[in-house]
Design a protein around this ligand. Structure first.
Ligand code: MCA
Ligand code: AMP
Length: 487
């Protein structure tokens, strides 16, 4: 007799698809309590990457709730923002996160459910019917205005996003994914966990990224698919470089057996692609996506993967490049990338004006500028200088500036992303100090820690007597970035 397929391998054990079905029914039972249907109640959950995470996510869906994943790395103030903004009626916490979440849930009048209790609850015997147009998930993402916004997707949208990837990248039940990404973003949730579980493959979830552990697993011969951000590949390259000659050979031989290695969430430097090819024999498949649209463009699974390019539209996705007036540009001319199709998000949660501003004639405006060259798109930059990509995370310069302005020593500030080999861009702050005040980078970082996620905290600080401004008095961000480059 063949053993049942393993759905999830994680620090909390090895689990089959039947286990996942049972556990998610228990979670649904616990969430539903005496109700028939959560009726799109937002359920914010903070569960470290594990089997329990998958069981809770699926349990929320089965109970008719909207899953709002919280970030393990976020300080309480950011968790509270998401819980309040999403108007979560229930907060699910694992053991490690319960102390931080309990007071927030109480203050927000949300019911607190502990994961261990939910997993031991009586399975729901009747589950609600889930129409595919119901809201299913809200992922918070930074934008060019204010605080992060919740991007809402329905069950149909999530299904379309996953179906497109399964088709393009030929996921099969024989696949074994090694997942090392955080599980509050599309890359980890859709490209990783969602795709693997949709085809009943095995998803091996690491508790966090650790280069040595990843190398051990990639060279084990068991893993078939790996997806990560460029910073992670840089770390893996550094770890390979530091290994002994024997160990390097073992790693390189082992990793060759994977069928697919992908990179995304930020531009993959050609240098990283080439070095990885030398080490592993794999030309990384680079693709392009965004929280609001899932994945849009991809280099081919079979065929020429062009370094520095993100390929062609994925199945079901339409894209166009337009000028500032919204007119389509010719091939070879840069334009803003717009996307249309069943995988595009529904709305920004409770932000109708921002939702309608994000679309032009039914097309979602990504804010990314690209050019089409010989059938493949190449990204050139963004329409806004206030979006920073660091370690694969999107952060808003304006949001960080708002926080920094509350520092007692800071009179005015400007935050920019400065190119960095390891992180892609590094969050960097130029500050005008109040008279007589002093401020070190270390002090600023300590001060910011309770208020900002680690990847939003400035990594460089430059004191200026006056920020560079144009005739209108607006800070000239490229000049601010120049202050750091010239150091
Ligand atoms: C952390 N540190 C940083 C940054 N992040 N320093 C500079 N810039 C940063 N961005 C610092 C920490 O403060 C700490 O410093 C030290 O680095 C180690 O922190 P840790 O959190 O442990 O970092 P890490 O685990 O090494 O994280 C690196 C990472 C992580 C694994 C690359 O950033 C990561 O998982 N990135 C993936 C993000 C992702 O999934 N993005 C997808 C969203 P100290 O030691 O001094 O305290 S985009 C998306 O979903 C779209 C749809 C798409 O296209 O995919
Ligand atoms: P997020 O809002 O975190 O979902 O990040 C989406 C953004 O990441 C996009 O708008 C792009 O700016 C960037 N991005 C994603 N994939 C790539 C890629 N392969 N190359 C360059 N930028 C990318």
């Amino acid at each position: 007799m063949t053993s049942p397929r393993r759905a999830i391998i994680a620090s909390d054990g090895v689990f089959t698809y039947d286990d996942l079905d049972d556990a998610s029914k228990r979670v649904a039972g616990s969430l539903l309590a005496d109700n028939d249907d959560l009726n799109q109640t937002r359920v914010a959950f903070l569960v470290h990457p594990s089997f329990a995470y998958a069981a809770v996510q699926r349990g929320i869906w089965r109970a008719g709730g909207v899953a709002v994943p919280l970030a393990v790395s976020h300080p309480p103030s950011e968790l509270e923002y998401v819980i309040r903004d999403s108007a979560a009626g229930v907060v699910v916490a694992d053991k490690a996160s319960a102390p931080a979440l309990a007071p927030i849930a109480r203050a927000a009048h949300a019911r607190l459910v502990l994961v261990d209790d939910a997993l031991r609850a009586t399975p729901a015997d009747r589950l609600p019917h889930l129409g595919s147009n119901r809201r299913a998930m809200i992922i918070y993402t930074s934008g060019t205005t204010g605080r992060p916004k919740g991007a809402v997707s329905t069950h149909q949208i999530i299904g379309a996003q996953i179906a497109s990837l399964v088709e393009a990248w030929r996921w099969t039940p024989a696949d074994h994914l090694l997942l090392v990404l955080p599980l509050h973003h599309v890359h980890g949730i859709i490209n990783g966990l969602g795709s693997a579980l949709a085809v009943r493959a095995t998803c091996e979830i690491a508790p966090a990224f650790d280069a040595e552990h990843v190398w051990a697993r990639l060279s084990s011969g068991e893993v078939t698919v790996f997806t990560a951000v460029p910073t992670i590949y840089n770390r893996l390259i550094a770890s390979w470089d530091a290994a002994s000659p024997d160990e390097r050979r073992r790693r390189s031989d082992g990793v060759r057996g994977l069928r697919l290695m992908m990179s995304g969430s930020a531009a993959l430097p050609v240098k990283t692609l080439e070095r990885w090819r030398e080490i592993s024999g794999h030309t990384l498949l680079e693709r392009y996506g965004m929280t609001e649209i899932g994945m849009a463009l991809s280099n081919p699974l079979n065929g020429n993967r062009r370094p520095g390019c993100v390929g062609a539209p994925l199945p079901g996705v339409e894209v166009r490049l337009v000028d500032e007036a919204g007119a389509e540009v010719d091939d070879g001319t840069p334009g803003e990338l717009e996307v249309r199709g069943p995988s595009v998000f529904l709305e920004y949660w409770r932000r109708p004006e921002e939702t309608s501003a994000a679309f032009r004639d039914g097309w979602f405006r990504t804010g990314d500028v690209a050019v089409l060259e010989n059938g493949s798109y190449r990204l050139l930059g963004r329409t806004s200088v206030d979006i920073i990509k660091t370690g694969g995370y999107k952060v808003s310069a304006l949001e960080i500036e708002e926080v920094l302005r509350t520092h007692p020593a800071i009179a005015e500030c400007a935050v920019v992303g400065v190119s960095d080999e390891d992180w892609g861009e590094c969050v960097s702050a130029a500050v005008e100090l109040r008279q007589g005040a002093t401020l070190s980078l270390d002090d600023l970082q300590q001060w910011a820690r309770p208020q900002l996620a680690p990847y939003k905290i400035p990594r460089a600080l430059q004191e200026v007597s006056a920020l560079p401004r144009n005739a209108m008095g607006k800070v000239v961000k490229p000049e601010v970035a120049g202050l750091f480059k010239s150091r």
